[in-house]
Ligand binder design. Structure first.
Ligand code: ATP
Ligand code: MG
Length: 235
């Protein structure tokens, strides 16, 4: 059977919660498991992920603040049926998502695609409020909440722990823990604008050792929710 790869949307709406980091980690994870993936960059004012992944996969940018961007987004997904589509979102996309997100939500069935969301959070309340709004636009998605370890250990995410919404999230998705990468390596990744694959080849030995430690933890996180065996064998 022809099983379509999902559209993975890395969201979180808030600035600086780690969306770009999670997108880079996801791209690296899919590529290392031989899953054909493409990047759809929607952070058009600061396309940091697109710059980092340019040599690794096909990348395309769409502005989700206007209807044309969403049309392009849907067409891109239709034109690349064999590929997993990774969507990196920008902090400011929230209005566009609320206004036009239905365009995508309504076409998912026709595209034969599942939308899988990684919603990256820090420890503050607004991350969760935005998640609630997002869930109303896309009621049928599988959403995984990603507690970014950069902001503290899982037990420090007390607002999320206590949240009623967490229970409904965990009926379809998971609560995941994204590992913290040493600042020195994270800063180098950022300033050099390189992919994790490239960093794993080119960084200095000490930084590489830390990168590999982190990557293993990322693998364990994604393995909880992405069944690479199914994807590889049934495409
Ligand atoms: N798990 C992590 N380990 C180490 N550093 C991290 C981690 N998560 C985020 N950071 C750091 O925090 C900063 C913001 O991360 P990032 O750019 O991924 O956030 P963002 O949500 O994409 O922000 P924006 O909304 O501006 O696009 C970066 O400097 C990044 O290196
Ligand atoms: Mg970003």
């Amino acid at each position: 059977m022809d099983v379509m790869e999902p559209i993975y949307l890395v969201g979180g709406s808030k600035g600086g919660v780690g969306k770009s980091m999670v997108t880079l980690a996801l791209a690296d994870y899919l590529q290392r498991h031989d899953i054909h993936a493409m990047l759809l960059e929607t952070d058009t004012s600061n396309p940091d992920v697109m710059k980092a992944l340019r040599d690794d996969m096909k990348c395309s940018a769409y502005d989700l603040d206007d209807a044309d961007g969403w049309i392009g987004f849907v067409n891109f997904c239709a034109e690349h049926r064999g590929a997993a589509v990774i969507v990196n979102t920008a902090a400011r996309n929230q209005t566009g998502v609320t206004r036009y997100g239905g365009t995508l939500a309504r076409t998912l069935a026709e595209l034969g695609r599942q939308l899988v969301v990684f919603w990256v959070i820090n420890r503050q309340r607004d991350s969760l409020e935005l998640l609630h709004i997002f869930g109303q636009t896309f009621p049928d998605t599988v959403t995984h909440v990603v507690r970014n370890g950069y902001f503290g250990k899982p037990d420090k995410f007390t607002l999320y722990q206590e949240l009623q919404l967490r229970r409904s999230i965990e009926m379809k998705g998971r609560s995941l823990d994204f590992p913290d990468l040493a600042d020195r390596v994270a800063d180098e990744l950022r300033s050099q604008r390189i992919s994790i694959r490239k960093a794993a080849e080119t960084m200095h030995i000490g930084q590489r050792a830390e990168l590999f430690r982190w990557r293993e933890l990322c693998d364990a996180m994604f393995a909880q929710v992405i069944d690479v065996d199914r994807t590889v064998h049934e495409q």
